[in-house]
Design a protein around this ligand. Structure first.
Ligand SMILES: [Zn+2]
Length: 162
């Protein structure tokens, strides 16, 4: 989860909503990544999607039935669906997402009895830190927009916290 948090912090520096993920097989990291929705202009470029795709590419197979996926925030409905499709047996996440979580908070995709795949969930790991990274990001962004020096502009605002 430390590595997923590191990825979330990299996302912050890039002006992306800070969500990080990492996939692990045994003791080995297969892939790590973070949300890239802004940089790729891709609504589906969530941290989990990036890591699931890269894991499959690295392992040379779509069936990821031997990896554990760590993610800082509860996966959304799309990512939970991809987790099921990739046959990932176990996910570990930090903070719950009461606004869009697909693993129990809003939707229950990974335990849907009509699907033939079940995912073991471990939730609440470093949840305070995981949600703090997000909270800091949105607070910083609000400050940028409310600052008297802020001029309205098109495109990306530099939201680096450094
Ligand atoms: Zn997602």
């Amino acid at each position: 989860m430390e590595i997923a948090l590191e990825e979330a912090r990299i996302a912050t520096e890039e002006g992306e909503v800070p969500v990080g993920a990492v996939s692990v097989m045994g003791d080995e990291i297969i892939a790590r990544g973070h949300n890239l929705r802004e940089s790729l202009n891709d609504p589906a470029a969530h941290a989990e999607m990036i890591v699931i795709r890269e894991s499959a590419m690295r392992l040379g197979r779509w069936r990821l039935n031997d990896i554990t996926l760590y993610v800082t925030i509860e996966p959304c409905a799309m990512c939970a669906g991809a987790i099921v499709l990739a046959r990932i047996p176990r996910i570990v996440f930090g903070a719950k997402d009461p606004k869009g979580g697909g693993c129990g908070s809003v939707f229950q995709i990974v335990h849907e009895p009509r699907l033939n795949h079940r995912v073991e969930i471990l939730a609440g790991i470093k949840d305070a830190e995981c949600s703090m990274v997000l909270k800091d990001f949105f607070e910083e962004r609000r400050n940028v927009f409310h600052s008297p020096n802020h001029l309205p502009q098109r495109g990306k605002v530099n939201m680096s916290l450094s």
